[in-house]
Design a protein around this ligand. Structure first.
Ligand SMILES: *Cc1c(COP(=O)(O)O)cnc(C)c1O
Length: 392
């Protein structure tokens, strides 16, 4: 389904409920069916080779009607023209990065981006002669300074992993456009409900749809969004050749997750803001890494780029030892101890951060606790946290 001019696009809630769907095609079914098939056949050879119907489908590695509905919704939510689902966030990220580099090229990337993305950029791409410069990324001048004559990609993640650092999306996209550099931004933290990097001039948005887009901790999925032109080139190459597609059943579950995305994000935001405020005024807590609070180090970017804030934050206790972070997390009752986030359930995990990520000169790691605030009741979560804080 083609997008409309921005002023004619429905609200996100309506996109999640209706966009990309046509019940007359599916016998009036309220829920689109799962096209769980690898191929599509033709009545005659002529139908396949000579007068192909534009609505015709061929093979699920390339296109699938269930997946297409999910993709149409995500493209519309991100204000892009075309989206493509992948078998994981890393599938979307690695294919999109590969579409922007060749042997001998150079990449500038945010140093606090998602760990496996960092590893893909720094270690894996080195095999193919691609070099990478990692920067903090908060200061626009750093992008200009790190740029080389052979730079073809700026990789952003805003807010970034663990410390939620932001980049000035329009300024970085502006530098990139001036020099013919592609820009990719990981938007998993904010989700399309709270931020749309394409509107600031970014070329590709990527998501781990395992997180908020899916929202129920029952699928691993990814998505890339961009203009029709840029996406078509990427899909003809990395999309088809690497083949990291999302299977139709997972696409269908992702579509079901999207139905409630806007109301889930609103609830994650409200509960997290309330807990963050209570945590900040607690004597056992040093600080919290989370945009939008009174001590936000980047208030101007928060105001300009984010329409809201999600449910993932990092808590730095006064006691920054490994033992204290372990005790705190082990004492929580409602928080699962696990690595992912973005689902209905609260999670917590001790994380040791390099001092320089949190503005400390020391080389010793600093133990923090990353918390994902799920959809449980705020008072239950606070009672749980307050009790666990007694142990540190
Ligand atoms: C989880 C995550 C990814 C990777 O997504 P998968 O679906 O696990 O492959 C990418 N970026 C961010 C910011 C993430 O948190």
């Amino acid at each position: 389904m083609d997008s409309l001019p921005p002023e004619q696009m429905p609200d996100p809630e309506t996109i999640c409920a209706h966009w990309g769907e046509d019940r007359t095609k599916y016998m009036g079914a309220v829920i689109p069916p799962i096209f769980q098939n690898s191929l599509f056949t033709n009545p005659t050879v002529e139908d396949r080779y000579e007068h192909r119907d534009p609505g015709f489908h061929d093979y699920t590695r390339v296109e699938n009607p269930t997946t297409e509905i999910t993709e149409a919704k995500i493209a519309a939510l991100e204000r892009g023209e075309r989206a493509r689902c992948f078998g994981s966030g890393m599938g979307a990220i690695s294919c999109t990065i590969l579409s922007a580099v060749k042997a001998g090229d150079h990449v500038v990337a945010v140093d606090t981006c998602y760990g496996p993305t960092r590893q893909f950029l720094k270690s894996y791409l080195a095999r193919f002669g691609v070099t990478v410069t990692m920067i903090n990324g908060s200061d626009v001048q750093e992008w200009e300074d790190a740029r080389l004559p052979n730079t073809t990609l700026f990789y952003l993640e805003s807010p970034s992993t663990f410390v939620f650092r932001q980049q000035d999306l329009s300024a970085v996209a502006g530098i990139a456009k001036e020099h013919g550099i592609t820009t990719i931004c990981d938007n998993s933290w904010a989700s399309p409900i709270f931020q749309n990097p394409l509107e600031f001039g970014i070329d590709f948005v990527v998501h781990s749809a395992t997180k908020y887009l899916g929202g129920h901790s029952d699928i691993v999925a990814g998505v890339a969004v961009g203009s029709k032109e840029k996406m078509t080139t990427m899909l003809q190459n990395e999309g088809q050749l690497i083949g990291a597609i999302l299977d139709p059943f997972a696409s269908w579950l992702l579509m079901r997750g999207l139905r409630t995305l806007p109301i889930r994000m609103e609830h994650h935001q409200q509960t997290t803001l309330e807990l963050a405020k209570r945590l900040l005024s607690h004597p056992k807590v040093e600080t919290i890494y989370y945009p939008g609070l009174a001590h936000d180090p980047q208030p101007e970017l928060t105001a300009r780029q984010l329409r809201g804030t999600s449910g993932l934050m990092t808590v730095r206790l006064k006691n920054q030892t490994k033992e204290a972070s372990y005790r705190f997390v082990n004492s929580l009752k409602y928080f699962g101890i696990g690595c992912s986030w973005g689902g209905f359930e609260s999670l917590a995990l001790p994380i040791s951060l390099p001092g320089k990520w949190v503005g400390e000169p020391q080389t010793n790691p600093i133990w923090t606790v990353r918390m994902h605030i799920g959809l449980e009741g705020v008072n239950d979560l606070w009672n749980d946290i307050e009790h666990a804080l007694c142990t540190v």
